[in-house]
Ligand binder design. Structure first.
Ligand code: 5RP
Length: 268
């Protein structure tokens, strides 16, 4: 690996722990201003000290992230569809690697839609992006997108998506957690991070998901709604960090979360 690529990977995945907590804030690129991301700058500010990287699109990076902060940015460079449109899988490259370099992104991210009509176009877009990003020593994170199709959240399908993404050159792959998740990790030669999915009812389910994913080989999370829509976003990201970076149990992580909630209550 070239020095630049090594350095960027080390800024994303801690060389000390081998793990990572990415905070995903890119939902607006096709969902618009979802709850708690109406004002990304306000939501992200208290969370930045606990995120190893934030994932955003360029408009939010320019308008809502303070350029004086040094938290690495994983720049979402794909899009072109919305919740209002006919096909959520019709996604293409929306931001050039030159722009990513200008913005000093640490990595670029793009979604692939395996098993859909747009499988070919999103996979060849990934390959093209990897070709260009590698020229600058910039890692590409591939997001295996499955939308609401729950039957696709199975090890057999996710293992296929993650392996294909790695074969085409992704340096990190984002997957959903599933039963037999170790099969997904075993077949993927690059680090795997998990998405959290829609906000869960119970905090302990989020912590359990994180614990299970890391125990089964994920290097960490690239999580959004279950952090920033949490009743205690700081408590939740700190609890997740405890599991991912410090090997905490779910019970220990729940104590971290409870302590943070307690601080907020005592100030009120
Ligand atoms: C959409 C994405 C989102 O960033 C990601 O899935 C959001 O994370 P979460 O599901 O944890 O809110 O990549 O394709």
């Amino acid at each position: 690996m070239d020095w630049g690529m090594k350095n960027r990977m080390a800024r994303l995945i801690s060389p000390q722990t081998g793990h990572a907590v990415f905070l995903a804030l890119d939902h607006g690129y096709f969902q618009g201003p979802i709850r708690k991301l109406e004002d990304v700058g306000k939501t992200v500010q208290p969370l930045l000290p606990y995120a190893d990287a934030v994932m955003v699109a360029r408009g939010i990076m320019r308008n809502s992230l303070d350029a004086a902060r040094t938290t690495p940015v994983i720049l979402r460079v794909s899009g072109g569809m919305t919740l209002a449109g006919p096909d959520l899988t019709r996604e293409g490259i929306t931001t050039s690697v030159k722009e990513a370099v200008r913005l000093n992104a640490t990595a670029v991210a793009l979604s692939i839609h395996v098993g859909t009509e747009n499988e070919h176009s999103t996979l060849t877009a990934l390959s093209k992006l990897v070709d260009e990003a590698e020229e600058y020593g910039m890692p590409t994170l591939a997001v295996t997108s499955v939308g609401r199709e729950l039957e696709k959240r199975e090890a057999r399908y996710l293992a296929l998506c993650c392996r294909v993404a790695a074969e085409l050159g992704a340096r990190i792959v984002k997957s959903y957690y599933c039963e037999e998740f170790e099969r997904v990790v075993r077949g993927c030669p690059v680090p795997v991070v998990i998405a959290g999915g829609p906000k869960m009812e119970s905090d302990s389910d989020v912590l359990q998901l994180t614990y299970d994913a890391v125990s089964r080989g994920a290097v960490g999370v690239d999580m959004g709604r279950n952090i920033f829509q949490s009743e205690s976003p700081v408590g939740m990201i700190r609890a997740i960090r405890a599991i991912v970076h410090e090997g905490a149990t779910v019970k220990q992580a729940a104590e971290v979360l409870a302590a943070e909630k307690g601080k907020v209550l005592s100030k009120a």
